[in-house]
Design a protein around this ligand. Structure first.
Ligand code: NAD
Length: 434
């Protein structure tokens, strides 16, 4: 390649580990499947990004300006789809990496949606309700040129919830002059949310775990079971981790240990999960939960359990702690919780990884159901939502296993291959403009 065409400017995107990991893992998959190099080059680059300053008046009367982002990684298959993260370390590159994962996730599970992500550099727990509302509304206004039911549809992520989504919906609708529920998903039921959305990511985690157990048993790699004979540990006790714990507890699985950002607790006989959720709702943390002992934070990832569910942050399992990980199946509840290097070590040890773009896709699948219900103004029962969620995930699981067996690669690569097969065909049919 001549100097004129050298890769100038890529530092804007690749300054975060999550973006570099997403690209590295994609490149590994592209090599295994023999992907068209032109398509590979295009998928490595996000389509567009907007950086905005978000000024709000704090409760003490001062004005503070926060930095916000929205990245659309690829919108070949349909409108951009992806959450809005409120976190003090959010940056453009991290948002771009997460947007890329959304592209791969939507394509893998067969949704007519592209990949996007947004974020604001802020510690959500420092904000009063009034400040959070002002920040969400002003951010929505600043990025509204990108948004719309046919263009880009946000959802909750770390630090945001159904209330934030209601403010996004209202701000966008105020600008239009009429209610536009399809502009955002993860809304409260009363403003067009879907039954089962709040639980969907965690249910998806558990459904893919059940499918994996069935598959591994059939291949003589068990025995595993999702019942009282099984043990689990969960990192992160937020929207994904806590409900996954409840779903597994309902099936009899012993949840030995959980953690959040403030602390970790352990009980070898199994935690009383409903009591722990009640405790967390009142104290804001699992730390100090009676009926369990305190555990150093990092050790939650290092216990000898059947199932480990990292459901907090990216890069949780990396080259520093991977040698101490003893779980037999890891279900990636979070986005990008295992680095590319650590993944290799785990797979060499025979650990079965359920990749994020499959494992936590339940959220975007039910987001799609919510969007579709909103467009039709016809709402489904929770049983209907769960039944369809299970069907979509089972189909995606079968696709991933197809690639896993065909290419004899790792599960991460298999998921990316299955996803890229669909996306690359669509990109080739649409061609390169102009
Ligand atoms: P959340 O903000 O509700 O919960 C995050 C949890 O992780 C909190 O309990 C927090 O205390 C904990 N945590 C943060 N840093 C930690 C650390 N260093 N050690 C231990 N715990 C830590 O967020 P969430 O929506 O549950 O998202 C968690 C992960 O799942 C993220 O990677 C997110 O992108 C991914 N995800 C979420 C959804 C969804 O529908 N909410 C869907 C797909 C993927």
């Amino acid at each position: 390649m001549s100097n004129r065409h050298s890769d100038l400017g890529s530092h804007l995107w690749d300054s975060s580990a999550i973006f570099r990991n997403a690209v590295t893992q994609f490149e590994q998959a592209a090599t295994i499947m023999g992907l068209d190099p032109n398509i590979k080059e295009r998928i490595k680059h996000p389509k567009r990004a907007l950086i905005v300053s978000v000024p709000i008046r704090l409760d003490d009367g001062t004005v503070k300006v926060f930095e916000g982002y929205r990245v659309q990684h690829n919108i070949t298959l349909g409108p951009g789809k992806g959450g809005i993260r409120f976190h003090p370390h959010v940056n453009l590159s991290e948002v771009a990496g997460l947007a890329m994962l959304m592209t791969m996730k939507c394509s893998l599970v067969g949704l007519p949606l592209g990949g996007a992500k947004g974020g604001i550099r802020v510690n959500a727990s420092d904000l009063s309700r009034q400040e959070a509302q002002a920040l969400t509304r002003r951010y929505t206004m600043e990025i509204s040129s990108l948004l719309g039911p046919e263009k880009d549809i946000p959802a909750p992520d770390i630090g945001t919830d159904a209330q934030n989504m209601a403010w996004v919906m209202d701000t966008y609708s105020q600008q239009k002059g009429y209610a536009v529920p399809g502009v955002v998903t993860g809304k409260p039921i009363e403003v067009g949310g879907s039954l089962g959305r709040a639980e969907s990511t965690s249910r998806g985690v558990v459904y893919t775990l059940e499918d994996s157990v069935k598959y591994l048993n059939a291949k003589g790699r068990g025995p595993f079971s999702v019942d009282s004979k099984a043990t689990a540990a969960i990192q992160g006790f937020g929207k994904v981790g806590a409900i996954a714990a409840q779903e597994l507890h309902d099936r009899g699985v012993k949840i030995i240990a959980v953690s959040d950002v403030q602390g970790a607790v352990i009980n070898q006989r199994g935690l009383d999960v409903p009591a722990l959720i009640q405790y967390t709702n009142s104290k804001g943390t699992v730390k100090g939960f009676p009926g369990a002992e305190a555990l150093p934070l990092e050790q939650v990832l290092e216990l000898a359990v059947d199932f480990l569910i990292p459901a907090a942050i990216d890069g949780a399992i990396d080259e520093h702690n991977v040698s101490r990980v003893k779980a037999r199946i890891i279900a990636e509840g979070a986005n990008g919780p295992i680095t590319a290097d650590a993944q290799k070590v785990l797979e060499e040890k025979g650990v079965f990884i359920i990749p994020d773009i499959l494992c936590n896709a339940g959220g975007v699948i039910v987001s799609y159901f919510e969007w579709e219900q909103g467009l039709q103004s016809f709402f489904w029962s929770e049983e209907e939502v769960n039944k369809r969620l299970r069907e979509v995930l089972a189909r995606a699981f079968t696709k991933v296993i197809g690639s896993y067996e065909h290419y004899r690669c790792g599960m991460k690569e298999a998921a990316l291959i299955a996803s890229t097969e669909t996306l690359s065909k669509a990109m080739l049919y649409r061609g390169l403009f102009p």
